[in-house]
Design a protein around this ligand. Structure first.
Ligand code: 5GP
Length: 126
């Protein structure tokens, strides 16, 4: 079953400028903006500008230029937010939820960058 991208999702509307966002970084292929409901002092969403549903869709379908731009944008946001553990920051976590089991809310590929506090263990214990 092929991915079908819904261009009415909220991040598509942000990319079209129909909904405002608090931009942290914009590059040729990528937009990073603060999450509207932050779960940590640093909570930035990084999205590709292309119509990809989730991470595997992006990883297997996007161009090398798009993937390189996206990966570098994540590093740039970490630098801008001062969370790089090798550069005096205290670290961060990357999360990319996908599909039902991943509890993905918005069906446009995104990575969460979380930091600014101790984030605890990766998953809640069952
Ligand atoms: P998901 O569960 O899909 O990985 O996460 C979606 C994220 O998008 C959530 O953290 C939610 O707070 C955020 N979000 C939903 N709607 C908006 C919006 O209109 N603007 C921004 N900046 N973030 C949003």
């Amino acid at each position: 079953m092929a991915y079908e991208y819904d261009d009415q999702n909220i991040f598509a509307k942000i990319l079209r400028g129909e909904i405002p966002n608090d931009t942290v970084l914009e590059t040729e292929h990528t937009l990073a903006f603060n999450d509207i409901a932050p779960q940590a002092p640093v909570h930035v969403l990084v999205i590709p500008k292309g119509p990809y549903v989730c991470h595997d869709h992006f990883a297997l379908s996007a161009s090398e230029a798009q993937i390189a731009d996206f990966t570098q944008a994540i590093g740039q946001v970490c630098r801008l937010k001062g969370v790089q553990p090798g550069e005096g920051g205290n670290g961060f976590r990357l999360i990319s939820n996908a599909g039902a089991d991943g509890v993905q809310e918005v069906p446009h590929m995104h990575v969460h960058i979380l930091g600014g506090r101790d984030l605890g263990r990766m998953l809640a214990q069952e």
